[in-house]
Design a protein around this ligand. Sequence first.
Ligand code: GUN
Length: 291
Amino acid sequence: MTEIIDGNAVASEIRDDLTDAIETLAEAGSRPGLATVLMGDDPASQTYVNMKQRDCEEVGIESHHVDVDGDADPEVLYDAIADLNDDPEIHGYIVQAPVPDHVDYREVIRRVDPAKDVDGFHPENVGRLVAGDARFRPCTPHGVQKLLESADIDLEGKDVTIVGRSDIVGKPLANLLIQKADDGNATVTVCHSRTEDLATKTRNADIVVAAAGAPELVDGSMIGDGAVVIDVGVNRVSADTEKGYELVGDVEFESAKAKASAITPVPGGVGPMTRAMLLYNTVKAAGLQED
Ligand code: GUN
């Protein structure tokens, strides 16, 4: 029987633990505050931002939101960032990606106070993570680690193949999993669009993490018997549904499930964990700013 790793259940436990920590901080006079910044009106981004606001409410984090017109000069966004950096009630914030084409996201990230960078995207935080001294683990990689831990999957000495080399998932996850840590010590292969013979590299892995942003790229023929499959993909593909689309992962679920010992579904796998770890980082930021 293949275990279906339930991200909603694990995320719910994490939120319960955070709720207690948040009340302790609030009683000491510092209720954690998270802000979301959205430039433009991308519908998927709006949905994500709304979900993050709702998550905050549920656990007792004060949520704030800043909208910036999609046609505005980048300076308008920079001013909003400077205000958040100066606001003592905001312990952490994120600038939802993607930003419009005329805005350089790297420059945006450089302007975020690293102590409030709960995405973990600022170069200082990336450097600390690579050096084995992470302040904020990026939310999706951290969520993947927590899911593996929840399913009692020991990474020590295991072969992990990550499909995807993004700055927000593939690269930081590879860095975390190779570290000398309780949830590390893995041997990691990072594959991408130019990888030759991807199927051999995934088939030889004990754990496959699909994070390429390519709908159903990884199918059962690419999974070794008894491997663990973590699907980070969230792809909107057009479908004859009420919304006109459906969500599919980077893994073809049924064929991969037939080979795997454990697998995450989409939705209900990594997605809720990413959101829970954003709350976790916000609580951590608030704690660090208290000290
Ligand atoms: N867009 C898609 N994923 C993310 C994320 O983790 N953080 C931010 N800021 N934007 C995103």
